[in-house]
Design a protein around this ligand. Structure first.
Ligand code: PMV
Length: 312
């Protein structure tokens, strides 16, 4: 049995978080500058893991490892491997619980490393199913978007459980800022469900509105209309805030990005903490907006260039 290796990367949701849980489409972008690498080596004895969150026998891992643990067990079962004699390592720079898909990226890297260790390549459906084992532990009813976006190398259009590559001709820069507060995806998904129960008409309008923004943004991306994409991001932020998934810290960051000249800004991912994204035209604007975001409390800022990505 060889030492298996697997990688996956971060993602941001540009449009459609939360609405995607209720059947609307979403657009996600891979952030391959932030990655997770896993290895799985044959070492006789307990099944062990070495990671920044925990090192030791997987069976003794604390609760915060329950999602990766579930993924490892499900993957070993699928591969027909015993739950021992494997030493797993996980390293990465995707911040944990910030809406950047760290749980899906860790799961994806683990699934690939174990499959590589076993010398059994997995088909895409099996890969996605195994990653979603962890996403279900992490936040109950995952849409499946993170599992795909953390494995994709192109922008993703995700609708009704199906992902496809999204063609874009837009040139711009996305500034990603970490609020320093853990996102609470599971809680936020519950907040939206409760909003829909309490305000069914308004809730349905907001979910449909978020879906319409994703549809419109796909056209703007294809036609290189960054200012329209930005406007839609800010509109989406207002809707997400009304649904209860923003937070005072995220609102402050969104306002700071807009005041510094961003074309648009919003939370990304589950929300109630985590990251905001701001759209700007170029690197100079990204520097200005990044500085403003740090001054407003962001603990880390990344620049993600967006370039044309078409089939032709
Ligand atoms: O917080 P993240 O990166 O796990 O993103 C969650 C996105 C949601 O739409 C809120 C949930 C989902 O499963 O799609």
């Amino acid at each position: 049995l060889r030492t298996g290796r697997g990688v996956a990367h971060a993602k941001v949701i540009l449009f459609g978080e939360h609405a995607v849980v209720h059947g609307e489409p979403a657009i996600a972008l891979p952030i391959d500058a932030l990655g997770v690498h896993a290895t799985a080596a044959h070492v006789p004895g307990d099944l062990t893991v070495r990671s920044s969150l925990y090192t030791g026998p997987l069976a003794d891992a604390p609760d915060l490892m329950s999602a990766p643990r579930a993924v490892v067990h499900a993957t070993l079962d699928r591969l027909g491997l015993p739950h021992r004699d494997i030493a797993i390592t996980v390293i990465g720079d995707v911040p944990h619980a910030r809406g950047l898909g760290s749980s899906a990226a860790v799961a994806g890297a683990l699934v690939r490393a174990l499959a590589d260790h076993a010398g059994q390549p997995l088909d895409e459906a099996t890969y996605l199913e195994l990653v979603d084992v962890g996403e279900k532990v992490a936040h109950g009813t995952p849409s499946g978007l993170d599992a795909r976006a953390t494995a994709a190398s192109q922008p993703v259009w995700f609708e009704a459980g199906v992902a496809r590559r999204l063609a874009t001709r837009m040139t711009a820069v996305l500034v990603v800022a970490d609020s320093g507060h853990a996102g609470r995806t599971r809680h936020a998904v519950g907040s939206v469900a409760s909003f829909l129960e309490r305000h069914p008409v308004r809730g349905a309008a907001l979910i449909a509105g978020l879906g319409a923004l994703a549809h419109g943004a796909a056209l703007d991306l294809a036609a290189d209309r960054p200012s329209q994409v930005g406007e839609k991001m800010t509109t989406a932020q207002g809707m997400l805030r009304e649904l209860g998934v923003s937070s005072p810290e995220l609102d402050v960051l969104v306002d700071a990005a807009m005041a510094a000249g961003a074309l648009g800004a919003k939370l990304t991912g589950g929300g109630q903490g985590g990251c905001v994204i701001a759209l700007v035209r170029d690197v100079a604007e990204a520097d200005a907006v990044g500085t403003a975001l740090r001054a407003a409390g962001a603990v880390a800022v990344w620049h993600h260039p967006i370039g044309p990505d078409t089939e032709d």
